[in-house]
Design a protein around this ligand. Sequence first.
Ligand SMILES: NC(=O)c1ccc[n+]([C@@H]2O[C@H](COP(=O)([O-])OP(=O)(O)OC[C@H]3O[C@@H](n4cnc5c(N)ncnc54)[C@H](O)[C@@H]3O)[C@@H](O)[C@H]2O)c1
Ligand SMILES: CC(C)CCC[C@@H](C)[C@H]1CC[C@H]2C3=C(CC[C@]12C)[C@@]1(C)CC[C@H](O)[C@@H](C(=O)O)[C@@H]1CC3
Length: 345
Amino acid sequence: MATRTRPSSKRCAVIGGSGFLGRHLLERLVDRGYTVNVFDIRQAYELPGVTFHRGDLCDRQALLVALKEVSIVFHCASPAPASDDRALFQRVNIDGTRTVIQACHEAGVQKLILTSSASVVFEGTDIKNGREDLPYAKKPIDYYTETKIQQEKLVLEACSKEKGFLTVAIRPHGIFGPRDPQLVPILIDAARRGKMKFIIGDGSNLVDFTYVENVVHGHILAAEHLKADSPLCGQAYHITNDEPVRFWDFMSQILEGLGYSAPRYHLPYTLVYGIALLLWLIALVLRPLIRIKPTFSPMRVALAGTHHYYSCARAKKDMGYQPLVPLREAIVRTVESYPHLRKGA
Ligand SMILES: NC(=O)c1ccc[n+]([C@@H]2O[C@H](COP(=O)([O-])OP(=O)(O)OC[C@H]3O[C@@H](n4cnc5c(N)ncnc54)[C@H](O)[C@@H]3O)[C@@H](O)[C@H]2O)c1
Ligand SMILES: CC(C)CCC[C@@H](C)[C@H]1CC[C@H]2C3=C(CC[C@]12C)[C@@]1(C)CC[C@H](O)[C@@H](C(=O)O)[C@@H]1CC3
């Protein structure tokens, strides 16, 4: 039998470390004195103190190399939600996560911290101050969410004090901040194409948006508090900015901060949702001939027109979580980080 070197508690791996959240996470881990291995299908940068391993997380052998002597694994890799590719989500988020768990066992990893999503309980209808005991969505809003649910279940069920393998899931919501390839770029692209003139619904719906550094803080607290005698084992935790904000006020602040006009005219939610659904069905039928990606997908309309904010009480109680960067400051830092998206740039 092969002998395993005892993993150091300060050696960790970030799967998905080339991505938006993964890179912020590993920068903070390095600051805190951790030795970090990055595992990702693409290499986006180089950083002193970080060892890069390029590979697909569905490849157990490739993972084993990156997990050698590692005691903590952060799994924050996923295909982009907008890809809408069912087979890819199934392969990476479900089959791939099984492979990650198996590789963790083989490598003697002690803790696995999964980046899940608060959307695992969202079905397109209002959620106000939702707690972690809400049931998983029976009708998830898209394939991405459907596979995030399965992924979270796999990771939490793998938690075993007897085997010395502890797991926890972090459920952030609406992550934003510097280098995010999603929220701000998609919003500004829509504005530049003249599509951000309308508010969907009456504009009063409250939503959580979470600054990336707060999400990172939640992950590190979870890793450091996850012990065999702690309540974190096998549990999910909402991590947000804990400052629900009107969806359209948040979008308007980003738009105006970058020199664009805020949306002003109201459209009824059901009308926009119906049109989005129709366009989505047309795109589905035409998919073999032509690939159309409507800006206002039913998923985006649902997110833009309903309440969805979550309680962080469990994270506060079990791991002493408090957001480090308040929303106002987070928006300023984010806007300043996208000079190339400023109007006229
Ligand atoms: N961005 C958000 O608003 C948000 C909110 C809640 C949860 N999450 C979750 O946070 C995590 C990180 O999201 P992000 O916004 O940083 O996304 P991202 O797309 O920036 O990063 C994901 C990374 O995963 C990598 N990856 C994808 N498939 C892989 C594979 N097969 N093998 C190895 N690496 C692979 C990508 O190359 C990428 O670097 C994801 O699990 C996502 O579901 C994101
Ligand atoms: C065109 C406009 C109506 C909207 C432009 C902004 C949107 C691109 C974002 C607003 C809310 C965002 C969001 C996500 C993606 C980008 C938005 C739709 C997620 C679906 C990304 C995946 C995460 O897991 C979800 C989560 O639970 O946090 C995000 C929810 C918010």
